[in-house]
Structures are given as structure tokens and as C-alpha cells.
Design a protein around this ligand. Sequence first.
Ligand SMILES: [Zn+2]
Length: 316
Amino acid sequence: MAHFFDGLPTEERSTLHGFSGNRIDRRSENRDDDSVPVALADPGARLYLLRDDLAMMKHESAVNPLFTLAEAEAFGAARDAIVLLGWSDDGPRLAATLPAETPVDEDRIQLADLRSLAVAGEMAADDLGALAQARSLCYWNIRHRYCGVCGEETVMKAGGYRRECPSCGAPHFPRTDPVVIMLAIDTSGSEERCLLGRQERFPEGMYSCLAGFVEPGETIEDAVRRETAEEAGIALGRVSYHSSQPWPFPCSLMIGCHGEALTTDITRDEVELEDARWFPRDEARSILAGTHPGGIQCPPTIAIAHKLIRFWAEGH
Ligand SMILES: [Zn+2]
């Protein structure tokens, strides 16, 4: 007998993106205020370390981003700044971010930004996902040391998933900033086309989906329509959700959508975009394949933008 989930995709599309491989069991219902010291007392406890926004890894036969508490403390990690990510099969997993000026012996320790690590594909997907969690959670704690209500210094609670003000009692919770990223598709002509834009800061030849933050009081669909209208002057009708991607730069969740273009004349926001164009399917396919005759490129396969373009270009 047919049931509710028949016809929905069996493959969860979000699992195809970089930073989506986090397998840590967060046990969010058990985050007591002593959860960090209790976890650190476990002999299986290991920490992910960042120096500012760079992941730290040991030079070994394989990329190893896990450190013992003694190793973390030798770099200067303070116990009261360590956050608890959760548990792996091998024990608790914690994280700390060291100041940018922390000296490291680069013969022993490799430093890399998370995006480069994702693109290189050498790190295990679960470690890369855990590092994304570590980066976003540590960043929020570092940037929310003072109470937004009364200005008093706050205290970390619940393994870093809450900060509390000792003066006015206000609780503060980690932020995740929703960003819509969308591929507008023009179906009005004999051949479908997608809308890609280029920001000035992009590498030469790079075009991508449009994107922007969801604003307070806005639905995902309204944000997709608003951002597309603002950046390219294109009106969208129907919007369909495709997938999502944790994006630790520093605390975003990318929400990928396709949008049905109701108009086709592009009016570009000249501050946001250096160029915006329609690309027919065959051209989009050559961009994805890296064979575009004009040298136009799109983001790498780890990026949700790549998957949004591919999903449409391959005829779904
Ligand atoms: Zn306060």
C-alpha cells in the first residue's frame, strides 16, 4: 500500500555536501554544567584544535586532527574555554580555539582553513564535519563573552551550548545563521536557462548561485525571492527546497533552493555582483565539467552551489 513517504528521494541530498559527514552523537539532552570536566576525565577524550579559523593537524601517515588534553594544554588551551562536541565510538570529542598568535612548530603541526581541507578531500568526512561544529561553536563562545542584556561577563554552561549571565541571569544560546542559496531557472523559452552571478572577490572566471541571509520574520521561500530580486532584478514564483549544508564561516547553515523565474531581464546590484548571466543547460554542463570554452568555472563539488547547478543541469 502506498504511504506518505513514497515518491520522496531515498538519498538525503544534504549528505553529498562538504561538512555534512559529522557523526558525533551530541547527546544534547545530557549536557550538564560539569559535562566538560567529566568528558575530559575519560581516557578516550580527544580534542579538535583550531588556531583562530585554521584547523590544526598532526603530521603523521594520515591527516590526524585529534589531540589529547595534555597536548592541547601544551599549546595553551584553557580548560574553561574547551567545549564539548559530543561522543564518537572512541570516546568524548571536545574542541578549543587558540588565539591567532599561538606559536606552533610547523614541522610537527599543519594548519589549514576548513574550506581548503574540504576541497582537498584528504580528511575523513566525520572529522571535517566535527571541525565545522567545533569552529562554529568555539567562535560563538569567543564572540559572546559579555551579556547582551546588561553587559556583564557571561559564564559558559552546558559544554558551551549555553552562556549565562551571573548578574541578570539571562541565558544566551549559540547562533546558527540561515543563508538561502538559490538557482533561478528560466523555463519560458525553448531551452531552460539558469542564473549565475559573479562577485568581484571570486577567482577569475568563477560564477555561482546567488545567496543571502534570511532576515527576521521571513520564510525561506520569501528570502529566496527577495534576494534574487535585489541582486539580479529577477522575479521568482515557485521555490523548491533541495538540501542544506553546514557552513562554518563562521556559523551559517546554507539552505539550497531552486526558484522559478517569472521575468528574464537582469538588473544587477552593482555592489553585490560584478556580472550576472543566464546559462543554458549545455553551457552549464561544460562549466560543471571544467570544459567551458570561455573558461567559466563554478564552485567545487563540496559546495552546495555546485550540486544545485548539477541537479538542474543533469535534467532532474
Ligand atoms: Zn546580564
